[in-house]
Ligand binder design. Structure first.
Ligand SMILES: N=CN[C@@H](CCC(=O)O)C(=O)O
Ligand SMILES: [Zn+2]
Length: 400
């Protein structure tokens, strides 16, 4: 395999369970797409003959960022809804009136695959320009078999086009599509019926649902998850965003990779997640855009040892954000996370939320996904707003 060496770097390894794991005057060696060695440059193993060598001039290097919750593929936008919410309409009222997610479903169904791809590609590139190397993309704006498949195919193509690692989630239970009005249980049965075909086409890495008064009940989510697990697919859930539905405990019973949002998470939900090993995926972008006031129970999650991940939750309705560093700032400012927790939330804990064990830290054996920053200290990742400090990324040992 080809050896590539990066030197004169300040490595933020996140090697231990706490601390930045900062190595000043560091060097990192990749063997193909895998980190072979990372440490102080003075201790570089002798006799190396790297095929390529990059001097970074003291730049900060972190693990490539992992955005573990996005709705990147959709038609249209929701700027008009933004105006309505500013005039006092609530997200729930708009949803109940047939807008919200349903309006994006209409625009997504009307868009063909090239149009969806053309719209999503700059979004993926914007995330990559802010340090992202791995990306989760959900469906959930098609809500009929062919439209869901179309969105998931676009997600796969985005990975192929950009070199980013893309993990897909079939968000079949996102909202009730209008043609099923009044027949939610029938819609759930239909979505369960699409699962084998989507899975057989290699389009689904995990299954997701929205458990909420404006979306699906715990009983409906339970049926959907049971079907997913029969196919061996992991589950995750939009849980406790606007009310406490007991969704996190339900998802934990199914061994959920993550429970996401969690503003209304109860102590019982925290305990269930801790016992199941589910990651808490906090989404401060949606909290900010919806001007929520109820904070997720961060202290209880810390106390219970639940890993906390962060994501942009990029979507046209509640989080039209394409900057993980902005989300780190929001997590610190709004949720009182520490900058180190924020970086762990976008790296090692996000990797766990996607079931990807081999990334998120700069240590030997991990995938050589790196982000290079024009910053002096890692706390600055969460500090600057609008600075665009990412100099570039490395995807599986290859500089982008
Ligand atoms: N909460 C549900 N789903 C999305 C929002 C989707 C939308 O409003 O279009 C989220 O994760 O925030
Ligand atoms: Zn979401």
């Amino acid at each position: 395999m080809a050896l590539t060496l990066w030197r004169d770097a300040r490595l933020v390894t996140l090697a231990g369970d706490t601390g930045w794991g900062l190595i000043e005057h560091g060097a990192l060696l990749a063997d193909g797409d895998t980190i072979a060695w990372a440490g102080p440059e003075a201790e570089l193993p002798a006799g190396l003959a790297p095929e390529a060598e990059h001097r970074l001039g003291g730049a900060l290097v972190t693990p490539g960022l992992i955005d573990g919750h996005t709705h990147l593929v959709y038609g249209g936008d929701r700027a008009r809804e933004f105006e309505l919410r500013l005039q006092g309409a609530s997200y729930e009222d708009i949803a109940r009136a047939g807008g919200g997610i349903r309006s994006t479903v209409a625009a997504t169904r009307a868009a063909d695959e090239p149009a969806l791809f053309a719209a999503a590609l700059p979004r993926a590139r914007a995330l990559a320009a802010d340090g992202v190397t791995t990306l989760e993309i959900k469906s959930g704006y098609g809500l009929e078999l062919e439209a869901e498949a179309r969105c998931l195919r676009v997600a796969r193509r985005l990975g192929a086009e950009t070199g980013l690692t893309v993990r897909t989630s079939f968000l079949g239970l996102h909202a009730l599509p209008p043609e099923h009005e009044g027949r939610a249980d029938d819609y759930v049965t239909a979505a369960i019926g699409w699962l084998p075909a989507l899975h057989a086409q290699g389009l689904v890495d995990a299954v997701d649902a929205f458990c909420e008064t404006i979306a699906f009940t715990p009983a409906q989510v339970e049926r959907f998850f049971a079907a997913a697990r029969t196919l061996g697919l992991p589950v995750k859930l939009h849980a406790e965003q606007l009310s406490d539905q007991g969704g996190a405990a339900l998802a934990a019973r199914h061994g959920a990779l993550s429970c996401d949002h969690l503003e209304w998470l109860s102590p019982a939900g925290v305990r269930a997640m801790a016992a199941a090993g589910s990651v808490a995926m906090l989404l401060p972008g949606a909290f900010y855009c919806l001007r929520e006031t109820k904070l997720p129970p961060l202290a209880a999650l810390r106390e219970a040892g639940v890993p906390v991940a962060l994501a942009t939750d990029h979507n046209p309705g509640t989080s039209p954000i394409l900057s993980p560093t902005l989300v780190m700032n929001q997590a610190c400012t709004l949720f009182r996370m520490t900058p180190e927790e924020a970086l762990r939330g976008f790296t090692v804990n996000a990797a766990r939320a996607l079931g990807l064990a081999e990334r998120g830290r700069l240590v030997a054996g991990q995938r050589a996904d790196l982000a290079v920053w024009d910053l002096g200290h890692p706390a600055e990742l969460a500090y600057w707003i609008g600075r665009a400090p990412c100099r570039g990324t490395v995807l599986g040992g290859i500089a982008r």
